[in-house]
Design a protein around this ligand. Sequence first.
Ligand code: NAP
Length: 264
Amino acid sequence: MDLGIAGKWALVCGASKGLGFGCAQALVREGVHVLIVARGAEALQAAANKLIADSARPESVSVQFVAKDITTPQGREAVFAMRREFDIVVTNAGGPPTGDFRDWDREAWIKAVDANMLTPIELIKATVDGMAARGFGRIVNITSSAVKAPIDVLGLSNGARSGLTGFVAGVARSPLAARGVTLNNLLPGKFDTDRIAAMVGATAAKTGQSVDDIRRAQQAQIPVGRYGTPEEFGAICAFLCSVHAGYLTGQNVLADGGAYPGTF
Ligand code: NAP
C-alpha cells in the first residue's frame, strides 16, 4: 500500500534507537524526510546513516538530526531553528524510572510530567496550526500500555501519560480535525528495545532470577508469545501518519500482542 506521504517532513523524537528509530525507519521507507532527535550525538549520527542506507531512494529523502534533550526549551528551540514546519510529529522521550510512589518527591513528578506530558504538548502547540493551514497534519504520541492497564511500579508513567492522553482527546476533537490534522496516541506493550532490557535487568538484580528466565516468563504472558519489534511498531506509526488514516483521530492504539485482556 502506498501510504501517500512521500515528500512530507516528519519530526521524530527519541529516535536514535528503539521505538522512535522504528518510526523514523518506517517513514523514511515511505519517502518521508525526517529530522530525528536524541541526546547522544554519536548514536544519533549512526542512526541517521542507517536510515539513509536503509532507504530505497536515498537520493530523494533528507535525514537531518539534532542532538539535544527534547524535554528542554533549548532542545526544542534547536529543533525549530533547524526546521520550522512539519507535516508529521512523533513525540517520544525516555520513560520515567520505576519505583515506589512513597519515594517520589515533587522534583521526580515534575521531571516525569515535563518529559511525558508537557513536552509532547509543547511540540503539538508549535506545529498543529501550520499543519492546519496546509490542510494536512499527523501527530503520533508514543505513550504506553500503562495508560490503559496501569503498572504499579510505573506510577510516574501512568500519571504523566494519562495527563497527555486527556489533553490529546480534547485537541483531536477541536476545529483542527476538520482541517486535516489528526492526533493519536500509540501505546506500546512490551517491545524488544534497550528500555525493556534495562527493566528486565533491574528485575533480575532485585530478584536474583536470570535475565533469560524473566524474558521467557514475560513473553509467555503475551498471547502472541513474544515481544514486539521496533519495526512492527514503526509500521503502525507510519500507517497512522498516512493519507489513509485521515478519519482516525483522538484514538489510543494499543500494540501489545494481545496482552490487554479486555474486549475494548
Ligand atoms: P529506548 O530504546 O531506551 O530508546 C529511547 C530513545 O529516546 C533513545 O533514542 C534515546 O536517546 C531517546 N531519548 C531519551 N530521552 C530523551 C530526551 N530527553 N530527549 C531526546 N531524546 C531522548 O526506549 P524505547 O523502548 O524505544 O521507548 C520509547 C518510549 O516508549 C519510552 O517513553 C518508553 O517508556 C515507552 N515504552 C516503551 C515500551 C517498550 O516495550 N519498549 C513499553 C511501554 C512504553 P538518548 O538517550 O541518547 O537521548
